[in-house]
Design a protein around this ligand. Structure first.
Ligand SMILES: O=C(O)CCC(=O)C(=O)O
Ligand SMILES: [Fe+2]
Length: 308
């Protein structure tokens, strides 16, 4: 079971006086314990306006319903300096996959200076930016609670996330198109292959179709069933490195629905990838397991690995 954590003591709101380290200690201990014992958490009472996500899913669907040649006008540009803003089809999210995932996606970077598809889908850019803002703030709060849970100074991780310097802070809207009944997936093919994410924490917002699974700390695959009103938070590679494996990057995947009522249904999800600055130190913070490098060196290699 993925623990459900009541985040009200650090919920998003315009509180004029932020809670002290002591105020946050119970929440910090619970967040850290749940991440270390299970590998993922659901946050409730987070203060995040989820209607923004519903709206973005609607806008995204308009994009995914466009003719293929129009969508491909916005295909991501491999030369764009490691940013992979744009439309993605034919991804191999699992490094070992021999067949492309059954999905399409639009990845967005708030610092992107190029095109957005607003001429076809009005509001796409603003809605994407509207969501990423509170996501960045929520990631900030999670980073603080995790640092406190580790008995580190509260800003240990947030100071690696300026959010204004170049980074892979980004969002992705995904459409898992309906799998035709009777479709025989190619060997190893899925909606989204098994992988871990590269950054600090990932937030997963999903519709009610389901299919996402995470591997818990004991190595069992468990369903990450959509929980209305809650945000699923999983751990990224950078956090694993900083914490010397005390928190492990969460393996996750979305299988092909099989013989299920949802087989003919499309699935939508919106994902926020919280990331440190590209030039932030990626290495053990306390221990010695991971020598210091720069976050972007790892990310660049990883991204090119899955865009075969
Ligand atoms: O669609 C999902 O629920 C997961 C997608 C995912 O893991 C990713 O885009 O990195
Ligand atoms: Fe992922």
């Amino acid at each position: 079971m993925i623990p459900v954590i009541d985040f009200s003591s650090y919920r998003l709101s315009d509180v004029s006086s932020p809670p002290s380290d002591e105020d946050l200690a119970p929440l910090a201990d619970e967040v850290y314990k749940s991440f270390s014992e299970v590998g993922a958490i659901y946050l409730k009472n987070h203060g995040f306006d989820l209607s923004l996500v519903d709206e973005y899913m609607k806008i995204s669907k308009k994009f995914f319903n466009l003719p293929q040649d129009v969508k491909e006008k916005f295909s991501y540009d491999k030369e764009a300096g490691f940013m992979y803003h744009g439309y993605h089809l034919q991804e191999h999210t699992s490094r070992d996959a021999t067949a492309a995932d059954l999905k399409e996606a639009y990845h967005t970077y708030p610092l992107w200076k190029g095109e957005w598809p607003d001429q076809y889908v009005p509001g796409f850019k603003d809605q994407s930016l509207n969501i990423i803002k509170p996501c960045l703030e929520l990631n900030n709060r999670i980073l603080q609670t995790v640092a406190l849970g580790l008995k580190w100074p509260r800003d240990t991780l947030t100071k690696l996330h300026s959010t204004v310097r170049p980074s892979h802070n980004s969002m992705r809207t995904l459409y898992y198109y309906p799998v035709p009944e009777g479709y025989k997936p190619k060997p190893g093919q899925s909606r989204c292959g098994q992988h871990t994410d590269v950054g600090s924490f990932t937030f997963i917002f999903q519709d009610n179709v389901g299919g996402l699974e995470i591997q818990n700390v004991s190595g069992e695959w468990i369903p990450a069933t959509p929980l209305p009103g809650a945000i699923l938070v999983i751990i990224g590679h950078a956090t694993q490195v900083w914490t010397d494996d005390k928190l492990k990057a969460t393996e996750h995947r979305v299988g092909v629905p099989d013989g299920d009522v949802n087989i003919a249904k499309g699935r939508q999800s919106v994902i926020f990838f919280g990331n440190p600055d590209n030039d932030a130190m990626l290495g053990s913070i306390e221990g010695t397991k991971y020598p210091a490098s720069k976050h972007d060196e790892f990310t660049a290699d990883y991204i090119y690995g899955i865009q075969k």
